[in-house]
Design a protein around this ligand. Structure first.
Ligand SMILES: Nc1ncnc2c1ncn2[C@@H]1O[C@H](COP(=O)(O)OP(=O)(O)OP(=O)(O)O)[C@@H](O)[C@H]1O
Length: 509
């Protein structure tokens, strides 16, 4: 029987960035109706490859065939015309526009408003992704925003849908709904190229996987026939043991207390914080779960000192009220925070890695002398982070933007951890980070806790919180639930609180 013509096949795709070969003669094919995973460590070349497929980057060599015919999409519009849809990790939606207006902006030939609204309603309900075309995007949850992006793609009848880490913004229940939609699409013949670092998810969803390592294809497999461990080993090319956190006896010394923290909503789509309270002991890792957009950013800003609380003792570190202090003074007290957004907030993309250390470490790591930057110290500190956190980079004088997302994440987490904070609040510490690097970051956080620090991890990744924390609370609509002992909590229980089932959530102990 002749083999079916692949929907998409790549042959010898090569793409360089200076001395880096991001894709090195990559060949693989996706059949119609196949859900195909693209796996690889941070920096393995996944994003580069999908950008080539979607016409955002041009390959230096190699060819691409669509239904057997040679194609070379010159831009995303040309890719969409072929039938390629892409849902990015970071959405490109306007808060102040409605769902229908946002979708119209992204369509190459949008029908009139009424017809569009009807088509949105019918496609979204037909695929189990209900959306109200007239709702303002700013009022939608992250899961609903992702639906907007998916529906936008579906309206163009894609034959290949590329999804880059789609579940990182979803509750476990929302992820299940998404999988049902993707399976259904595949059943109708749409091919799906799926990028994720969540290996269990890939085992459940994908029928084939192509594994990239350092830009090259190192294997293809049936993920269901592998284990998460064997998939991770294919990616890194050596044995992988996910470390389990050693439970430490946390002491009774309270290092961080947050009490009665209220904050009005900033802007039409901001979330007000309502009477947030929790405390974290020395040696303890406290997790704050929740779907993005439920007040996490507002809480992290309030803890960081980017927004100052009206009442000084609503935030207390080692017995000192810090609520009125600015960010620098709080660092002086040992309270360190790392926001979720690395580009432009936790790091300046155009600055070198070395100079990115100055953002937060100028005092504690001795990088200034009488206001003058000590360049030697700056480079040495950056090199120490690169070594300790296995950051894959060509030195510390390259711009931060040249690192893959996961490697930049390792760098900024390392920058904070090496300053030895007493209280460390970190948002999404392993966002976009591969299994090996995630294990290294978790080990570093556990190490800090063992040394007596109090750690707060704000994350949407429940697996991460379940394996890393001692206690978990859920933030929903600006309120924090009571805290649960992680060892006794179930994913379902927390997932339901994340979806807002907590209703009038109570404050954590
Ligand atoms: N614009 C760029 N300039 C220089 N180097 C780049 C650029 N984009 C990517 N690279 C390099 O190409 C390699 C592949 O990066 P890519 O982003 O494709 O990896 P990835 O597998 O998607 O990683 P991650 O899982 O961390 O997102 C990395 O070494 C990265 O540093």
């Amino acid at each position: 029987m002749p083999a079916e013509t692949p929907r998409l096949s790549l042959d010898g795709i090569t793409r360089r960035f200076g001395a880096v070969i991001a894709n090195d003669s990559v060949s693989f094919a996706i059949a119609p109706g196949e859900i195909h995973a693209l796996l690889g460590e941070n920096g393995a070349g996944k994003s580069t490859l999908v950008k080539i497929i979607y016409g955002l980057l041009k390959p230096d060599a190699g060819t691409m065939r669509w239904d057997g015919k040679l194609v070379a999409p010159s831009d995303p519009r040309a890719a969409r015309k072929l039938g390629i849809g892409m849902v990015f990790q970071h959405f490109s939606l306007f808060d102040a526009f409605t769902v229908a207006e946002n979708i119209a902006l992204g369509l190459d030939d949008a029908p009139d408003r009424r017809e569009l609204s009807e088509r949105i309603a019918s496609v979204s309900t037909g695929y189990g992704l209900p959306l109200d075309p007239d709702r303002l995007v700013g009022s939608l949850s992250m899961g609903e925003r992702q639906r907007v992006e998916i529906v936008r793609c579906l309206l163009q009848n894609p034959e290949l849908l590329v999804m880059d880490e789609p579940t990182s913004v979803l509750t476990p229940q929302e992820a299940e709904t998404l999988f049902a939609t993707l399976r259904r699409l595949a059943g109708e013949g749409c091919s799906i190229l799926y990028i994720s670092h969540k290996l269990e998810e890939i085992r459940a969803l994908c029928s084939r996987a192509t594994v990239l390592r350092a830009g090259q294809v190192v294997g293809t497999c049936d993920p269901a026939a592998e284990t998460a461990k064997s998939l991770a080993e294919m990616m890194i090319g050596s044995e992988f043991d996910a470390p389990r956190r050693q439970l430490v006896t946390t002491s009774e010394d309270i290092r961080l207390t947050v009490k009665g923290l209220n904050r009005p909503a900033g802007g039409a789509f901001g979330v007000a914080l309502a009477d947030i309270g929790f405390s974290v002991n020395a040696g303890e890792i406290f997790g704050i779960a929740g779907v993005a957009g439920n007040g996490q950013d507002e809480l992290v800003e309030a803890l960081a000192g980017e927004w100052r609380a009206p009442v000084a003792d609503s935030i207390v570190v080692d017995g000192h009220p810090v609520g009125r202090l600015n960010a620098e003074a709080r660092r002086g007290r040992g309270l360190f925070t790392l926001p979720e957004e690395r580009n432009g907030h936790a790091a300046v993309p155009s600055m070198t890695l070395a100079f990115n250390t100055l953002l937060t470490a100028r005092r504690r790591a001795g990088l200034l002398w009488n206001g003058i930057v000590r360049r030697g110290n700056v480079r040495r500190f950056a090199q120490e982070i690169v070594r300790a956190f296995d950051v894959r980079t060509f030195g510390v004088d390259v711009p931060a933007t040249s690192l893959s997302g996961g490697n930049l994440q390792k760098f900024i987490v390392g920058r904070e951890v090496l300053q030895n904070p007493s209280v460390f609040v970190v948002a999404q510490p392993t966002w976009g980070v591969d299994a090996g690097a995630a294990a290294a970051i978790h080990a570093a956080l556990a190490g800090l806790a063992r040394g007596g620090a109090a750690i707060v991890v704000v994350s949407q990744d429940l697996d991460e919180l379940m394996s890393l924390t001692d206690r978990i609370a859920v933030i929903s609509n600006g309120r924090l639930s009571r805290s649960l002992e992680t060892a006794r909590a179930t994913v379902e229980e927390i997932g339901l609180l994340m979806g807002g089932a907590g209703g009038g959530a109570r404050n954590a102990a």
